[in-house]
Design a binder for this molecule. Structure first.
Ligand code: SF4
Length: 562
C-alpha cells in the first residue's frame, strides 16, 4: 500500500452547484443548517474505482507530482474523502493534508464572525475538525505521521497550540515543489536536515514585519538554502485538478502592504508548461481552463509601471484556446486599473476567449476601498500604470474598469476591506459611494454585473486573544457591509435563475429558491444589525448617488471622446 497518502480539506472538494458566489459558503457560520449547507455544497467530485480522487485541488495535485519525481506511483496516493480510511495502513508513513482556513481565521470567515458575533463555528472549521478526527482515528496505533500544508498553515502560526490540540505532527509553511520528497522522508523519520529545513515558522505582524519563530511542530525551508523553487523545478500535474485549475505565474510584485503574495518571488510559467497541465485536465474530461495567478495582467508585464504585455497575454490565451478539448477559459484574479486603461486589450482578449452573454468571464478583483487616501496609503502600485490624481480618483478608475470589463462580458467579483490601518469613517463612506455608483450604472443598456464581498481586517493581537468576537463594528463599517450585501442580494435575484440552469430541474428550483431567499435573508439580517447600531440606512442606500453618478458618467463619456 502507499507510503504517502494525500488529501485536502473537504470544504474544497465539491462543485457548489456551479454558482460562483457559493464558493464562499464554507466561510459561513454553522448556524446555516447542515441540510442547506450540504445541499448548496453539492456532492463531492467523484472517486476513481479504486477509491482515489478523480479530481483534486490543484495544490494536492502539485504535491503528488513533486513526490512522483522520486517515488513510485504505487507509493503516492490522492485519496477520495469517502475512501480515506482504506488507504491508511501499517505501511503509511506520512498523511499530507492541504488546507485553506482550518481554524476559520481567514478574512472572509472573520467578516461573518465579527458581523454576527457568533458563538458557533464556521463551516470550514467544522469540516476540518471532522476530517482530522477521521484521520487520527484511522492512524491510531500506526506509524503514519500527520503533516499539514497549504495557505491555511497561516492559521496555525496565529494559534500554534492548535497543532497539539488536534494531534497534528507537523505543519509545513511555504512552497514545497522542489523539496517535497525530502520533506516527506524527513517527516517520516523525524530527523530534519538543518541545512534544508528550519523547525519554526515565519510570522508576519500587522506592520508586515517578518520574524522566524522556533517551534518543534513547524517546518519551513531554510531561507539561505532557497526561498522558493525556480520555475523549472516546479513539476507539472499528472492528474486532473478540480475545475481545471492551472497556474500561470507565482508571486505578484505590486507590493500592496497587506498582501503576503507580494513577498514571493515573481515567476512566470512558459506557455508550453501551461499547455501540458491543461492537457492533463482535458484528458480527465474538463473543458474549462481556469488560469491561476494573483494578477493575470501582470503576466510577463513590461516594466516597473506594470504596463501589460499584450503580446504575452495574447499568446497565453491563444495557446490555451487552441488546445483540443478546451471550450472556455477564465483567469482567477486581476487588477481593475488594466481594463480601465486598456479597453482595447480586454476587447482583443475577449474575442480570443469567446466571451459573450452566454460566456461571462468571472474574475476576482481586490478593489479594497473607495477612498483615494487609503488606496494611496496601502496599495499605491495597484492603480498602475494609472495614477490617482492625474488619471482620476480611485472611484473613477474602478468605475471605468468595471464598465470596460462588463462591456466585453467580464464579470468582476470585488472584495473590499474594512478595518484597515488608519481607516476613518469618511474612507468607509467613500467605499459605500463606490458600491452604490457601480450598482446603479449601465453599459450598452445593461446594468453593471459584479459582486462585492466585504472582508474584515482584524488586528493580530485580537485574533490571538480571541477577542475579535467582541469587536464592535463602527457605523461606517456596517454601512459598507450593508451596501455590499444589498448589491449582492440584487445580483442573486438577477442571476440565480440563469446560473442555476446548469443543475437538473429539481436542484435548479432548490438552488434558485435558496440563493434568492438566502440573499434577501442575509440582507435583512445585516439591516437589523445596522439599525440596532443606529446606522442611517437611507443614507447608506443613496450615498454617492445623484450628482456624483452624473459626474462619474460624464467623466466616462469624456474619456471615450478623448
Ligand atoms: S495586486 Fe493583489 S496579489 Fe498583488 S500585492 Fe496587491 S493584493 Fe497582493
Amino acid at each position: 500500500m502507499a507510503k504517502y497518502v494525500l488529501i485536502s480539506d473537504t470544504s474544497l472538494t465539491a462543485p457548489f452547484r456551479n454558482f460562483p458566489l457559493l464558493q464562499f459558503l464554507p466561510s459561513a457560520p454553522n448556524s446555516v443548517p447542515p441540510a442547506i449547507y450540504y445541499f448548496l455544497k453539492g456532492k463531492p467530485f467523484p472517486a476513481l474505482p479504486n477509491g482515489e480522487a478523480k479530481y483534486a485541488p490543484y495544490a494536492v495535485r502539485k504535491l503528488e507530482a513533486a513526490l512522483l519525481k522520486r517515488f513510485r506511483r504505487e507509493d503516492v496516493v490522492v485519496a477520495h474523502q469517502d475512501h480515506l480510511e482504506k488507504f491508511i495502513t501499517d505501511d503509511t508513513e506520512v498523511i499530507g493534508v492541504s488546507t485553506m482556513d482550518p481554524l476559520g481565521l481567514g478574512p472572509l470567515t472573520m467578516s461573518y464572525n465579527v458581523l454576527l458575533g457568533l458563538k458557533g463555528k464556521p463551516w470550514v472549521q467544522v469540516e476540518w475538525e471532522k476530517l482530522i478526527e477521521r484521520i487520527n482515528r484511522a492512524r491510531k496505533g500506526k506509524k503514519a505521521k500527520l503533516l499539514v500544508g497549504g495557505p491555511g498553515v497561516w492559521d496555525f502560526t496565529v494559534r500554534p497550540e492548535e497543532l497539539e490540540n488536534e494531534g497534528i505532527d507537523y505543519a509545513f509553511q511555504g512552497e514545497a515543489d522542489d523539496i517535497a520528497p525530502d520533506l516527506f522522508e524527513q517527516v517520516a523519520s523525524g530527523n530534519f536536515d538543518s541545512n534544508e529545513f528550519f523547525n519554526g515558522y515565519l510570522f508576519i505582524d500587522d506592520n508586515f514585519r517578518r520574524t522566524f519563530i522556533p517551534h518543534s511542530k513547524f517546518i519551513v525551508r531554510r531561507q539561505i538554502y532557497r526561498t522558493a523553487p525556480p520555475i523549472e523545478e516546479i513539476p507539472e500535474i499528472v492528474r486532473p485538478s478540480i475545475m481545471g485549475l492551472t497556474e500561470v505565474m507565482r508571486g505578484c510584485g505590486i507590493g500592496c502592504d497587506f498582501c503576503e503574495v507580494t513577498l514571493r518571488p515573481l515567476r512566470y510559467y512558459p506557455v508550453e508548461k501551461i499547455r501540458k497541465e491543461i492537457e492533463v485536465n482535458v484528458a480527465g474530461g474538463i473543458s474549462n481552463a481556469w488560469l491561476h495567478s494573483d494578477e493575470i495582467f501582470g503576466y510577463k508585464h513590461l516594466n516597473a509601471r506594470f504596463e501589460p504585455n499584450e503580446d504575452a497575454l495574447v499568446e497565453l490565451f491563444q495557446t490555451v484556446m487552441s488546445i483540443p478539448g478546451v471550450t472556455r477559459t477564465n483567469p482567477t484574479h486581476a487588477r481593475i486599473s488594466i481594463p480601465a486603461a486598456y479597453p482595447e486589450l480586454i476587447e482583443k482578449l475577449s474575442k480570443i476567449i469567446k466571451a459573450g452573454p452566454d460566456n461571462w468571464i468571472g474574475v476576482q478583483v481586490g478593489v479594497e476601498t473607495g477612498s483615494d487616501r487609503l488606496a494611496m496609503r496601502h496599495m499605491p502600485n495597484k492603480t498602475l500604470p494609472l495614477k490617482i490624481g492625474p488619471d482620476g480618483t480611485w472611484k473613477e478608475i474602478v468605475w471605468q474598469g468595471t464598465r470596460n470589463f462588463n462591456k466585453y462580458w467580464w464579470r468582476p467579483a470585488f472584495t473590499v476591506q474594512v478595518g484597515q490601518a488608519e481607516e476613518t469613517d469618511e474612507d468607509n463612506w467613500d467605499t459605500v459611494a463606490l458600491i452604490n455608483q457601480l450598482s446603479n450604472s449601465y453599459v450598452d443598456g445593461r446594468p453593471f454585473e459584479f459582486t462585492v464581498t466585504p472582508m474584515q481586517n482584524v488586528p493580530m493581537g485580537l485574533i490571538k486573544s480571541r477577542g475579535f468576537t467582541n469587536l464592535q463594528l463602527t457605523q461606517s463599517q456596517l454601512a459598507v457591509y450593508y451596501a455590499s450585501y444589498r448589491h449582492l442580494a440584487k445580483m442573486a435575484l438577477r442571476d440565480a435563475k440563469t446560473e442555476s440552469k446548469r443543475n437538473n430541474p429539481i436542484a435548479r428550483l432548490g438552488v434558485f429558491s435558496v440563493i434568492t431567499f438566502g440573499g434577501l435573508l442575509v440582507l435583512k439580517l445585516i439591516e437589523r444589525f445596522a439599525k440596532k447600531s443606529h446606522v442611517d440606512i437611507d443614507k447608506a442606500k443613496r450615498y454617492g448617488l445623484a450628482s456624483e453618478t452624473q459626474k462619474i458618467t460624464e467623466y466616462a463619456e469624456l474619456k471615450q471622446l478623448i
